[in-house]
Structures are given as C-alpha cells and as structure tokens.
Design a protein. Structure first.
Length: 220
C-alpha cells in the first residue's frame, strides 16, 4: 500500500497546467511565468509580456497587466470571480479588482517603547508591487505593554498622512486587527508605511512586537 500522491500545479489566476505531481518522484516545477512572478527593479528584470509595477525602495513586482480584468460590485457576503478580490469594501461599496492589487506585508521589529517620551518608537513596513493608490488598509498589530491606557498609536502612509488607530484604551497588551479608516484613497500606496507608538506616562514600558499591513490598491 503506502501513500500515493498525485496532483497538478497551476499559476495563480490561471487554469493552465504548470507542473504535474506524480507518485514517488521528487517534484521539480518548471512553471511558466504567471501574472505575478518575482521582485524586480525595472522592466528589464521581467519576462516578456510583464512589466515592473509598483516600484518603491528600489523594488517592484513583475505583472502582466494586459491580462487584468475587473468584475462587478462585491461585499463581505458576495464573492468575486477567480483571480479577483473585493476592493474598497471597508470604505463603502466594493468592486472586484485583479488579485495582485492586494498584498500583505509584515515585520517583527521587537522595538522597545520608551517610557514617557514624545518621540516614541516607529516601526516601518515597505510596500511595493501594487497599483498607485490605496482602496483598503488593514492593520494587524501586536504589542506588549502592562498599561495600554498610556499609549497612542498612529499609522502614516507613504505620502505622510497619519491616522490614529489606538488612543489610551485601558488594558494589558494589544492584539489589534482592524480596517484603518481615514486615509483619502488618492495618495501613494507604494513606499514606506510607519507605525508610531508613544507612551504618554511614566513607570511602565513595553515592546512593539509585530506589524502586518494588508493593502488594497487601484490605478488613479
């Protein structure tokens, strides 16, 4: 008897077979280029038919934008077609956009939060490979602190606009997962996003443990 393993691998957003999985073999996948391939610094890094999109901090992603399609409206209870994601639903009516226009970026900086210092501490995430402006911003933040009522947390986009995401709510530690409302939706989504934490009182310290951003985008 034993384990019999068979299958196929497909590029994201495609039904074209990229590789077969056969029982007893070591898998070597020679996949053809799909819509989203690899990091790039310029178009010459990309395969024919793709271009380097969303370059920021000298990094973009190779995308075949000529293959993009869009769908109708969507919501939390209405799915988009294969290869599309619901964009803008955190700000109102959503629309189905190409799946590559949403990406997640994370960092685990383990930064000490200075006690009673207006300068606070800043964790940065570098977003790239998206369209030009944001449709949605979701923040997942984990922070260790014995008295969260001392804290104010803001998120700043690459254009320099800031939104307060936490301000003095009592508790112990923070595990925040939320859509961030307040950005205009017409400023650059690619570039440096900053989470700034200020401890406004004395005697207690903490750590900024992890930050994750999921960003939706569109062409402006």
């Amino acid at each position: 008897a034993g384990d019999n393993s068979y299958g196929r691998i497909y590029p994201v957003g495609s039904t074209a077979i990229a590789a077969d999985i056969t029982d007893g073999d070591l898998l070597v996948c020679h996949a053809k280029y799909g819509k989203e391939i690899r990091d790039c610094r310029a178009d010459f890094d990309c395969a024919i038919g793709t271009q380097c999109i969303g370059i920021a901090e000298d990094r973009g992603t190779c995308i075949a934008t000529q293959l993009d399609t869009t769908g109708g409206t969507c919501a939390a209870t209405t799915d988009c077609a294969l290869g599309l994601v619901c964009a803008g639903e955190s700000r109102g009516a959503g629309i189905c956009n190409p799946a590559w226009q949403r990406r997640s970026f994370a960092t685990a900086p383990a930064l000490a939060i200075p006690d009673n210092k207006p300068a606070g501490v800043t964790g940065q995430i570098y977003a790239y490979g998206l369209a030009t402006v944001d449709t949605d911003v979701w923040l997942h933040l984990q922070l260790t602190h014995p008295r969260t009522s001392d804290l104010r947390i803001t998120l700043t986009n690459p254009a320099g606009a800031s939104v307060t995401v936490f301000d003095s709510t009592p508790g112990v530690n923070i595990d925040l997962a939320m859509p961030v409302i307040g950005f205009s939706g017409d400023e650059s989504v690619n570039g440096t996003w900053s989470v700034h934490v200020v401890d406004k009182a004395s005697t207690r310290t903490g750590t900024l443990d992890r930050v994750e951003l999921t960003l939706g985008s569109r062409w402006d």
